[in-house]
Design a protein around this ligand. Structure first.
Ligand code: H2U
Length: 348
């Protein structure tokens, strides 16, 4: 029998956060590509776009005007997926037809008044203001009785379904724990109860020792390609200190978080010299008023691009029917990201 090589042999890896296996087919990274090409946007955007509904002072579709904001601006989503009103749960005896009314508040957060900038091109001090707004929103929304989870996320790029290039993210807060968060919480909790330590602290210590998947780090945060990554250039930001949510960051940690956000997104843009699309989101303690010592602050980046600015990975066929799968190994992706410059390509 051949000796196992994780860059050659098909294998499955376990994601301890979700309790799921993924299939890795590294030998397949060599296959030719004749499939779809996403068009790369030649983005030559103005600093201010009079037709943009997110630019400062502009009118939104419901006739409300944005503030003439100078850094970060948050507003209630005019087309929210969740509403605040209460409705009575319908009577249903069958476990096969479960239905629960869900309440929540959705907000949009503009990261900068500049229409033409995204996080990798913003100053670290401006990114810190975004983090401060995330903290304020977590507190404001999370303190409401009927809000038990605050999901902060960003969809960047048309390929991720983002409707507007103006730098912005979203916050969906709601009564229930959404599925991914509930699964993550159950696994973090089980680990914490069994070992008395945070799963991500133990994982991070091991990754720092192995050094195979680390992309970058500073005094307080590490960015790595998780062992179980699905997306070709997926990364995970983990705080070195074990704390549960964004409000527990010290001022120094906040600055360090802004630093790693800037550095990883610059590397992403540099990878294919394009405004790199992704969905990113923060996973942290739910706001249900309970103690959650198992939670460990982290942030996921799920970018869809596979081998160029125009070829993305599809989650289809086998992924839909069986389980998630990747070709290029997590170690190779990490090495590629690690070697990239931290100076944005547009500044060269
Ligand atoms: P995305 O492009 O990332 O989906 O974000 C745009 C959000 O902005 C989207 O959720 C909201 C949409 O509902 N929006 C408003 O709240 N007001 C508007 O005038 C247009 C878009």
């Amino acid at each position: 029998m051949e000796a196992f090589d994780n860059n050659e042999h098909p294998h499955r890896r376990f994601n301890p956060l979700l309790g799921e296996w993924i299939l890795v087919s590294p030998h397949r990274a060599k296959r030719p590509w004749q499939g779809q090409k996403e068009s790369t946007q030649a983005l030559n955007l103005p600093e201010y776009d009079p037709t943009c509904y997110l630019c400062a002072g502009n009118e939104r579709s419901n006739g409300v005007y944005n503030d003439k904001y100078t850094d970060v601006f948050v507003f209630d989503n005019d087309f929210p997926s969740l509403l605040q009103g209460e409705a009575e749960a319908p009577e249903e005896k069958s476990p096969l037809f479960q239905l629960k009314p869900e309440r929540g508040i959705n907000r949009v957060i503009c990261f900068s008044p500049r229409h033409d900038l995204t996080i990798p091109e913003m100053e670290v001090s401006a990114i810190e203001k975004v983090i401060q707004a995330w903290k304020d929103q977590y507190v404001d929304l999370g303190s409401r009785d009927f809000i038990n989870h605050v999901q902060i996320f960003e969809n960047k790029g048309a390929v991720m379904g983002c409707s507007n290039p103006h730098p912005h993210g979203q916050i969906w807060s709601q009564s229930s724990l959404p599925t991914q968060v509930e699964k993550t919480q159950a696994n973090l909790k089980k680990y914490f109860e069994e070992h008395g330590r945070s799963l991500l602290s133990d994982y991070l210590a091991e990754e720092l020792e192995r050094k195979e998947r680390i992309v970058l780090e500073n005094e307080h945060f590490v960015v790595l390609v998780p062992f179980w990554a699905i997306w070709p250039f997926e990364t995970l930001i983990i705080s070195k200190r074990h704390f549960g949510n964004i409000t527990q960051m010290t001022a120094e940690e906040t600055a360090a978080y802004a630093d790693v956000l800037k550095r990883i997104t610059v590397k992403y843009d540099n990878l294919f010299e394009t405004s790199f699309p992704y969905s990113s989101g923060i996973h942290q303690t739910p706001t249900d008023g309970q103690e959650h010592p198992e939670w460990h602050f982290h942030m996921h980046f799920y970018p869809p691009l596979l081998r160029s600015a125009s070829v993305k990975k599809f989650m289809v066929g086998y992924e839909m029917m069986a389980e998630a799968q990747r070709d290029i190994s997590a170690e190779k992706s990490a090495a590629m990201l690690r070697e990239l410059s931290e100076t944005h390509y547009k500044q060269k």
